[in-house]
Design a protein around this ligand. Structure first.
Ligand code: FMN
Ligand code: SF4
Ligand code: SF4
Length: 253
C-alpha cells in the first residue's frame, strides 16, 4: 500500500501521530509537511494510494492556514485516513471539518481519529501525550483502517456540527526574554513570518497564530507566553481540563 502523509504540525505532535498511523499501514510513505510550505502546485493522488492527513485542533477547528494549504491536494476517490490532534480540551468540529475539506478535494474518508497530545499553549494539559497507551490506540486504528481499505467501504458518521464553531481567541502572543541570542531559529521556522529576523525578541501580532512553534524551537528557552493574562488563563485552563480524555476513532461502514 502506498501512503501519502499530509500534515500541518507547528509543535510536532500531529506529525508524530500521523507518522505513527502511516508506519502501521505501510513502509512506502511520501510525506508533505504543509506547516511552512507555501507552494500552490497541485498534487494529484490516485485511487490506489491512501492518504493520512493530520491537523492540530485550533479553537475547535482546522487551523485556517492548514485549510488553505490542503487545497492543492486532489484525490480521485482516494481513501483518506483523517486525523485531528488536540490538547485534551475538545476537538469540537475539527474532525468533521477536516473530513469535509478532504471530501471536497476528491478523497473518501475511510476512518477518522481525534487523538490527544500535549497542549501547545498550556503544556501542563495533556502533558507528555501521546504516551504508550495512545500509541497503542493509534496502532489499532491503523490496523482497522488498513482492513477497511482492503475491502470496499461506505459512508462514515462523525461527531461535530455544521455550521462549524466560530473560533475565539485569547489576547496573548509569545515574545523572547533577554536569554535570546538572536540565533534566528524562531524567525526561520515561524509558519506565518510573524518574527522579524533582525529583531527576533518581538512578534507581529497581526500575523501570529499562537501556534507555539517559536517556543519549542528556541534553543535557549527565551521564548514563551509572558504576562498576567497568560498566567490567569493557564491557571483556569489547567484546572478545567486536567482530567484525562481518551482518543476517539470512527470507521466507514
Ligand atoms: C491556537 C491554538 C488553539 C488550540 N485550540 C485547541 C482546542 O480548541 N482544543 C484542544 O483540545 N486543544 C487546542 N489546542 C492544542 C492543540 O490542538 C494541541 O496542542 C496539538 O497537539 C498541537 O499540535 P502540533 O504539535 O502538531 O502543533 C490549541 C492550540 C493552539 C496553538
Ligand atoms: S510567532 Fe506566533 S505564528 Fe510564529 S511561531 Fe511563534 S506562535 Fe507561531
Ligand atoms: S530561537 Fe530563541 S534565541 Fe533564537 S532568535 Fe528566537 S527567541 Fe532568540
Amino acid at each position: 500500500m502506498k501512503i501519502t502523509t499530509i500534515y500541518f504540525s507547528a509543535t510536532y505532535t500531529t506529525k508524530r501521530v500521523v507518522e505513527a498511523v502511516a508506519d502501521n499501514l505501510s513502509n512506502e510513505v511520501m510525506a508533505y509537511d504543509i506547516t511552512n510550505d507555501t507552494s500552490t502546485d497541485e498534487v494529484a493522488i490516485s485511487a490506489d494510494e491512501v492518504v493520512v492527513v493530520g491537523v492540530p485542533v485550533y479553537a475547535g477547528r482546522v487551523p485556517a492556514m492548514a485549510v488553505e494549504r490542503l487545497r492543492r491536494f486532489r484525490g480521485n476517490n482516494t481513501p483518506a485516513v483523517v486525523v485531528a490532534v488536540y490538547g485534551n480540551r475538545h476537538y469540537d468540529d475539527a474532525v468533521l471539518e477536516l473530513h469535509d475539506i478532504m471530501t471536497e478535494q476528491g478523497f473518501r474518508t475511510v476512518s477518522a481519529g481525534a487523538f490527544i497530545a500535549q497542549h501547545s499553549i498550556f503544556p501542563k494539559v495533556g502533558k507528555a501525550r501521546p504516551d504508550a497507551e495512545d500509541i497503542s490506540d493509534i496502532k489499532a486504528f491503523a490496523e482497522k483502517s488498513a482492513k477497511l481499505v482492503a475491502k470496499s467501504f461506505g459512508k462514515i458518521t462523525l461527531h461535530g456540527n455544521r455550521p462549524y464553531k466560530v473560533p475565539g481567541g485569547i489576547p496573548i502572543w509569545p515574545t523572547a526574554s533577554k536569554k535570546c541570542t538572536a540565533c534566528g531559529a524562531c524567525a526561520r521556522l515561524c509558519p506565518t513570518g510573524a518574527i522579524d529576523p533582525e529583531s527576533p525578541k518581538g512578534v507581529d501580532k497581526t500575523k501570529c497564530i499562537k501556534c507555539g512553534r517559536c517556543i519549542v524551537v528556541c534553543p535557549t528557552k527565551a521564548r514563551r507566553f509572558y504576562g498576567i493574562k497568560y498566567s490567569l488563563a493557564a491557571a483556569r485552563f489547567n484546572s478545567a481540563f486536567a482530567t484525562r480524555r481518551e482518543n476517539e476513532m470512527w470507521f466507514a461502514e
